[in-house]
Write a protein that binds this ligand. Structure first.
Ligand code: SF4
Length: 539
C-alpha cells in the first residue's frame, strides 16, 4: 500500500476504488500495463481490476516514461551502473515483481562470477556468530536508541572477562566461528582495556574471528584515548582535533587493536550519512565522513568490513541512495587503490521505533498526498516539517530498498537479509529481492531489541528457510568463504525430527527487562518453491 500511495496518491487511489465499485468495464489489455507494478498485482482478481488498471495507467504512464539512459539489462549483466537518479526512478516506479527478478538475477550473476570456491548462484549463506555488547555505557545520544545508558545509571554495565568468555564458550559449543563485539561508546575505558580484552579472547579462543568496534566507537577512541604523542579531547569532541592529527591517531589505534587480535570491523552506526538527517538522529556520534574514514583506514590495514543503513524514519529515499552511493564510491577507491581490505557486505534494516525518542514523532499522514518532507530535503528543496515526522517502513518498502541496494552496490559481494527486524517470513522473501546471505544465527540481541521486537533463529531454522526458498544453505566465515555446504542428510535442518524443539524466539526488551516469547516453528513456514516437500512435513 505504501508504494501505491507514493505512486498515484492515496486520495486518488481511494477515488478510483469508489468509482470502481460502480463500474465494471473490462476492456483493457493487461499486457499494456507494464509498469503499473504493485497496483496491477494487488488489483488482479478483483472484479473491477481491469478498470482500475486503465485508470491507474492513464495517471502514471505519461509523466513516468522509462528513462532513456537506463539499460536495466546491462546493469543486471554488469555492463552498466545505476546512477543515483536512475536508482531513485526505479524505487519510485518499478514494480515489485521487476525489482525482485532484476535484483535476484544480479545477485545470482555476482555469486557465479565471484570466484570464491564453492560459491554459486544456488547457494545462500549464513554465519554462526554471537552479538556481544561489552558495555551499554555510551556518551552519544542517538534519538533512535533505547539501549544506551549513562555512567552511573543503575542498569549500566560493562561485561567482566569471565562473563565475556562464558558467552564465547557458548558460541563455540554450537559451532560458532565469530563474535560481533560492540558497545556503547564508553567515555572512560582506556585503550589497555580493549587490548587486554582482545588478547584475552584470542588466547583462550584463537579460532574465533573478532568482528569488533563499529566506526562510531573507533571515532570515540580517537577522542578519549590517552596515547603518547597525541592529544585527547572530551567525549564526542574528536572533531576538534586537527584533521592530520585525527587521522594519525586513528591509524595508530586501529593498528594497536589489530595487533591485539581485532580481525575486522562491523558497519554499525552507519544509519544515514546525509548530514541533515544525521544531525537530527545521531547526536554526539561520528559523522558520515568520519564513519567512512574509519573504514578506509581499516581497509588500508587489510581489514574487511561491512556496511549498514538504518532507514524508514525521517530521511528521504534519495538520502538512502546517497548513502549507498558514498559506500560504492569508497569501495571504488579501495579497489582502484588496491587496498588489502574491502567492504564485503551491506545490510539495511528499518528503524524500530518503540522506547525511543525518535519513535515518539508523529507518523507522516500519507493521505495528504503531498511530498514527504524528508524527500524534499533530500532533493535540495525546502521542507517545513523536515525531521518532525516519521515515515515508517513496512515490508514493501524494505524489500524495494534492499532490491535497489543489490542493483546499485555492484562492487560489494553480499547483501544481507534483515530477518532480525523483519521476521523470518520477510527475511526469507528477501532472498528474492537481492539478498544472498541470512546473516547470523542469533543467540542474543540487545541493541535493536531494546527498540522493538527482534527475532532469534537457530541454525536448523535458518537452513530450512533457505532450503524452502529453493537454495542450498551454506555456513560461511567472515570473508564469505564457505565452511560447509549443507546438502547432506546430516544438514542441520534435515536431521531435525521434531520441529517443536526449534522455536522462533522473539526478543523484546522493555524498561531494561528482557522479555522473550517463543513462537512455534510452524509460524515461520513460507515454502515459496516447495523445493523440499519433506522439510515442510512437520507438526
Ligand atoms: S545507537 Fe549506539 S552510539 Fe547511539 S546512543 Fe545507542 S549505543 Fe550509543
Amino acid at each position: 500500500m505504501f508504494w501505491q500511495q507514493s505512486y498515484v496518491g492515496d486520495a486518488l487511489l481511494n477515488d478510483l476504488l469508489s468509482e470502481a465499485a460502480s463500474s465494471a468495464e473490462d476492456s483493457v489489455d493487461p499486457d499494456s500495463l507494464h509498469g503499473c507494478g504493485l497496483i496491477v498485482q494487488w488489483a488482479t482478481g478483483d472484479p473491477a481490476c481491469h478498470w482500475i488498471h486503465q485508470k491507474v495507467f492513464d495517471v502514471i504512464s505519461t509523466p513516468q516514461a522509462w528513462p532513456a539512459d537506463l539499460d536495466i539489462d546491462a546493469v543486471v549483466a554488469g555492463r552498466a551502473r545505476l546512477s543515483p537518479e536512475q536508482a531513485l526512478w526505479l524505487y519510485d516506479h518499478a514494480s515489485m515483481h521487476d525489482l525482485g527478478r532484476w535484483s535476484t538475477a544480479m545477485a545470482n550473476r555476482m555469486l557465479d562470477e565471484c570466484g570464491i570456491p564453492n560459491v554459486s548462484s544456488n547457494i545462500r549463506s549464513y554465519v554462526i556468530d554471537r552479538n556481544i555488547n561489552y558495555t551499554n555505557v555510551c556518551s552519544a545520544n542517538c534519538t533512535f536508541c533505547a539501549f544506551k545508558r549513562d555512567l552511573g545509571d543503575h542498569d549500566a554495565y560493562t561485561l567482566s572477562t569471565q562473563q565475556l568468555h562464558k558467552k564465547i564458550q557458548e558460541l563455540v559449543d554450537i559451532g560458532g566461528t565469530q563474535i560481533l563485539l560492540q558497545g556503547g561508546m564508553h567515555p572512560e575505558l582506556p585503550i589497555d582495556f580493549y587490548e587486554d580484552m582482545l588478547r584475552g579472547i584470542k588466547a583462550r579462543f584463537p579460532q574465533v574471528h573478532i568482528h569488533g568496534f563499529s566506526p562510531p566507537e573507533v571515532v570515540e577512541f580517537v577522542a578519549v584515548f590517552d596515547l603518547e604523542g597525541f592529544p585527547k579531547t572530551n567525549p564526542g569532541k574528536g572533531h576538534t582535533l586537527p584533521a592530520d592529527v585525527w587521522h594519525a591517531k586513528l591509524r595508530v589505534i586501529l593498528k594497536r587493536l589489530q595487533a591485539a587480535g581485532l580481525d575486522s570491523l562491523p558497519g554499525g552506526g552507519g544509519e544515514i550519512f546525509a548530514p541533515h538527517v544525521r544531525k537530527r538522529i545521531g547526536l554526539g556520534k561520528a559523522t558520515g565522513d568520519q564513519w567512512l574514514a574509519v573504514m578506509t583506514a581499516a581497509h588500508e590495514l587489510g581489514m574487511f568490513t561491512s556496511a549498514t543503513m538504518m532507514f524508514g524514519h525521517i530521511e528521504g529515499v534519495m538520502d538512502r541512495i546517497d548513502h549507498m552511493h558514498r559506500i560504492r564510491q569508497a569501495q571504488d577507491h579501495a579497489i582502484a587503490s588496491k587496498l588489502p581490505g574491502r567492504y564485503v557486505s551491506f545490510i539495511a534494516w528499518p528503524f524500530q521505533r518503540e522506547n525511543t525518542p525518535l519513535g515518539k514523532l508523529p507518523e507522516w499522514d500519507l493521505s495528504q498526498d503531498i511530498p514527504f518532507p524528508g524527500d524534499e530535503l533530500a532533493l535540495g528543496r525546502p521542507a517545513d516539517m523536515a525531521g518532525r515526522r516519521l515515515r515508517s517502513s513496512g515490508a514493501t518498502d524494505y524489500l524495494r530498498t534492499q532490491a535497489i541496494s543489490r542493483l546499485f552496490l555492484d562492487n560489494i559481494h553480499s547483501i544481507g537479509s534483515s530477518w532480525v527486524t523483519m521476521g523470518p517470513k520477510i527475511g526469507q522473501l528477501a532472498l528474492f529481492y537481492g539478498a544472498t546471505d541470512m546473516g547470523s544465527v542469533m543467540m542474543e540481541e540487545n541493541v535493536v531489541s531494546a527498540a522493538g521486537t527482534t527475532y532469534c533463529l537457530s541454525e536448523p531454522v535458518i537452513c530450512r528457510l533457505i532450503r524452502n526458498a529453493g537454495f542450498t544453505p551454506a555456513q560461511r566465515d567472515n570473508r564469505y568463504h564457505i565452511i560447509r555446504i549443507q546438502d547432506g542428510a546430516d544438514s542441520p535442518d534435515l536431521k531435525i525430527q521434531d520441529w517443536s524443539t526449534q522455536r522462533v524466539k522473539k526478543l523484546h526488551q522493555q524498561s531494561g527487562e528482557s522479555q522473550a516469547a517463543d513462537e512455534p516453528v510452524r509460524g515461520i513456514e513460507l515454502n515459496v518453491l516447495n523445493a523440499n516437500p519433506s522439510a515442510t512435513d512437520v507438526p
